[in-house]
Design a protein around this ligand. Sequence first.
Ligand code: HXC
Length: 258
Amino acid sequence: MELVKLQIEEEIAIVTIDRVKSMNALNNQVYEEIIAHLEAIRANDAVKVVILTGAGEKAFAAGADIVQMVGQNAMEGRHLAWLCHRAAELLETMRQVTIAAVNGYALGGGCELTLACDIRVAAENARFALPEVGLGIIPGGGGTQRLSRIIGIGRAKELIFTCDQIDAQEAYRMGLANHVVPQAELMDYCRAMGKKIASKASYAVSVAKASINNSENVDLPSGCAREQDLLGLLFATHDKGEGMKAFLERRKPEFTDF
Ligand code: HXC
């Protein structure tokens, strides 16, 4: 049975974790299907934006599947972490912009998937937490690495050590959620944001994403040096000429993506 749905709406791909009875808990099959969909989207030049969400009204994903994990050994646990990291790596590094539409609980591995997305939009009922140390494990799908980069190390340590759940407004205050919207408007809000991003020069958007990501991993002079080279590269593209000519001619640009 398919546990993750893929829907393509012109330049926007919607990936929906669909295991409502288990609060969209993430077992190996769910992770494998997310990875397969993201790999297919990555190879699809027509798609500019990916929205990742959960089916139903209660959960984005309530974490890795505890029913599966309870009987697993160390190598199986290692493989589960690999699956989560592979999905996160794709969300973070793929050319397309990734938006998490957080429609309820985003706990454990579910929260970690949102952390790998470029942008998080929370429904008013969204709740975020990393409850792993309460289960005798750690947020091993990137949670100990990415949360502190988004909200700062002190707040990240507190959330991970206490397992506290935070609501959408608190996530917004911390900079974890970019926006908070009524649940009924969540998908349309994300679609509108996706359409706005897709209307820009998409190669430039993907280069901006790569340059921002690079800034997290290198010192400032190295990041700035790379940024200068990337800007130079963009001067060789059709879309740079078109974008600037369109501005000067007071018309809408017609981008070709290169
Ligand atoms: C398996 C889960 C689940 C999970 C919920 N369910 N979360 N099954 N794994 N992570 C199941 C419940 O067992 C139950 O199944 C059904 O979903 C509904 O859940 P309830 O608990 O009855 O609902 P509610 O009282 O509303 O509470 C919702 C909840 C709670 C707050 C989300 O279910 C919860 O705390 N879940 C666990 C969250 C968690 O600890 N996640 C982190 C996992 S560790 P039945 O069959 O009884 O109806 C992790 C590690 C990742 O994510 C690291 C590397 C990959």
